[in-house]
Ligand binder design. Structure first.
Ligand SMILES: Cc1ncc(COP(=O)(O)O)c(C=O)c1O
Length: 400
């Protein structure tokens, strides 16, 4: 079992009867796709500050969102994201509720221009969800799709057919379910003029450097790379936020949240606090370049283990499209409905069961595609991937 055994120290707090008894903590290696692993130092910090946030005598959960304490937490989280990702003052950074999914509705509501379609690069289940919302009466164009190939690769740039007058282009930079990731966004400029690129970065934000200036809007649910569920980060060019009709529901206009610095209504205070801590942790490791190096090393180790298995493990994704965040593979090569595939599914269930027993949790693929999926978000350690690849070799040795 992969464990980190630690003893909490007896802590004293301003509230005299609040004590934490000593106990042993067992931690598994967590490869869940989201909500997902959080950095251990962040969890420890939360524990330290849980009952008394920096002398305030209360938990962040108990604070008024109008208090100077929470305002400082909110502002610090925004500032950390700005400095880590290099976000200029041309962009607003806001913390919203409703998850990544709410953005499938909110983005078109705010950014669509009359008679100008939304161009979508259709690369998997999450762009399908975005398209599903557009189908409810919004002019749109599928500028490229790899659905015919079961999304096992991303479109090549020369396959993309942008409209001449799109409101914006929608892209999902990392396809969490299919295990594909754009290495660089397609340039929407030369073909379409000044068409903003809207990126769903829910599963790869802050995992590698990006040039924010290439995007009109970026959104990401926090629960994979940035923190717990309950808060969604939106980075939006301020001028684009002004496209929205002022008669839209107040809460669904970006400008409302920009104007009120994410405090128009009660925000998910604890989630914002944890996002701030995660960003501080990234900074302490050396920032986004350092985290990218770490993420690359983890992904290389896992893909190499798959390739070295001689076909026992098979990654169905074309090499140039493979994600460094979500690695998908089949065990014993089975895909489809054949008897061999059914055997493979049984082996995959066994793989997940034995992995979990060995302290390697969250290995099954998304229920819509099956197979295995290993999420390697920022908080997942190299040690976790080493433990997983050892397990994979042993599983192959006894089953292959
Ligand atoms: C790429 C991507 N977009 C959107 C979502 C939806 O996010 P939420 O569950 O926060 O609505 C997810 C969730 O896994 C995702 O991976």
């Amino acid at each position: 079992m992969a464990t980190t055994k630690r003893h909490t120290k007896e802590e004293t707090h301003a509230v005299s009867h609040a004590t934490v008894s000593a106990h042993t903590v067992k931690r598994v290696f967590n490869f869940n796709a989201g909500p997902a692993a959080l950095p251990l130092p962040v969890l420890e910090r939360i524990r330290e500050e849980l009952l008394d946030w920096r002398g305030s005598g209360m938990s962040v959960m108990e604070m008024s969102h109008r208090s100077p304490e929470f305002e400082s937490i909110n502002a610090a989280a925004e500032q950390k994201l700005r400095s880590l990702l290099g976000i200029s003052e041309d962009y607003a950074v806001i913390f919203l509720q409703g998850g990544g999914s709410m953005q499938f509705t909110m983005v078109p509501m705010n950014l669509c221009l009359p008679g100008k379609p939304v161009d979508v690069l259709h690369t998997g289940a999450w762009t399908a969800k975005a398209i599903g919302e557009l189908k409810k009466g919004i002019l749109h164009n599928i500028a490229a799709s790899t659905e015919a190939e079961k999304f096992a690769r991303l479109p090549h740039f020369d396959e993309i057919k942008f409209s001449s007058n799109a409101s914006y282009v929608h892209i999902c930079t990392n396809n969490t379910i299919e295990g594909t990731q754009w290495t660089a966004p397609p340039d929407t400029g030369p073909k379409t003029g000044d068409v903003p690129l809207v990126a769903d970065m829910s599963s790869d934000i802050a995992s590698r450097p990006i040039d924010v200036n290439k995007y009109g809007l970026i959104f990401a649910g926090a629960q994979k790379n940035l923190g717990p569920s309950g808060v969604t980060v939106v980075i939006v060019r301020k001028d684009l936020a002004e496209r929205a009709d002022k008669n839209l529901p107040t809460l669904l206009q970006y400008r409302t949240h920009i104007k009120e610095k994410s405090l128009y209504h009660t925000p998910p205070t604890f989630a914002v606090y944890v996002v701030g801590l995660v960003l501080e942790w990234i900074e302490s490791l050396g920032g986004i370049l350092a985290i990218e190096k770490r993420n690359e090393a983890k992904a290389r180790l896992l893909y190499d283990a798959i390739e070295a298995s001689g076909g026992f493990y098979v990654c169905p994704v074309e090499k140039s499209s493979r994600s460094k965040m979500n690695v998908v593979f089949r065990v014993a090569g089975g895909v489809g409905r054949s008897a061999a595939a059914q055997d493979s599914e049984a082996i995959e269930r066994q793989f997940a069961k034995e992995a979990a027993a060995a302290g390697l949790v969250g290995t099954p693929g998304h229920r819509s595609v099956g197979g295995m999926r290993i999420s390697l978000y920022n908080a997942v350690t190299l040690e976790a991937v080493e433990a997983l690849t050892s397990f994979m070799r042993e599983f192959h040795r006894t089953r292959g």
